[in-house]
Design a protein around this ligand. Structure first.
Ligand code: 5GP
Ligand code: ZN
Length: 114
C-alpha cells in the first residue's frame, strides 16, 4: 500500500528505530510513546486490522506474539510485566490502518476500560 506509513517503514523509505525483525514481522519504537517502553509490532504484509485477517494470516499473528515475548525479554521487561494490545476500528481508536500490536511496559499501566 503506497500511502501506508507502516508499509513505508517496512520498505525502509520512512525511518524507524527497529528493535526486532524476522522474515514476516518487524517491530520498532512508537513515535509518540504512551509508556516508558512502547513498541509497535507489525506484519510486513499489509492488512488493515484483525478484521481483515484471512486464513493465511493466523501464522504471522502467532509470530507477532512470539516476537512480543522475545522483545520483552530483550528489553528486560518480561518479569516486571507488559501489555500487548491491538486497536481494531474506530471505537478502539485505531488510527493507522495496517495491523499493529502495541507492546507497553516500563511502568504500572492504567487498567483497561472506557
Ligand atoms: P493506533 O491508534 O492506530 O492503534 O496506533 C498507531 C500508533 O502509531 C500510535 O501510537 C502512533 O503514535 C504511532 N505512529 C504513527 N505514526 C508513526 C510513525 O511515523 N512512526 C512510528 N514509529 N510510529 C507512528
Ligand atoms: Zn501497510
Amino acid at each position: 500500500m503506497s500511502d501506508c506509513i507502516f508499509c513505508k517503514i517496512v520498505e525502509g523509505s520512512l525511518p524507524s528505530t527497529k528493535v526486532y525483525e524476522d522474515d514476516r514481522v518487524v517491530a520498532f519504537h512508537d513515535i509518540q510513546p504512551a509508556a516508558p517502553i512502547h513498541i509497535l509490532i507489525i506484519p510486513k504484509k499489509h492488512f488493515a486490522s484483525l478484521n481483515e485477517a484471512g486464513e493465511s494470516d493466523w501464522e504471522v499473528i502467532g509470530q507477532i506474539h512470539k516476537a512480543a515475548q522475545e522483545i520483552a525479554k530483550k528489553l528486560d521487561v518480561a518479569d516486571s510485566g507488559y501489555r500487548v494490545v491491538t486497536n481494531c476500528g474506530s471505537n478502539a481508536g485505531q488510527v493507522v490502518h495496517h495491523l499493529h500490536y502495541h507492546l507497553l511496559a516500563g511502568a504500572k499501566l492504567a487498567p483497561l476500560g472506557v
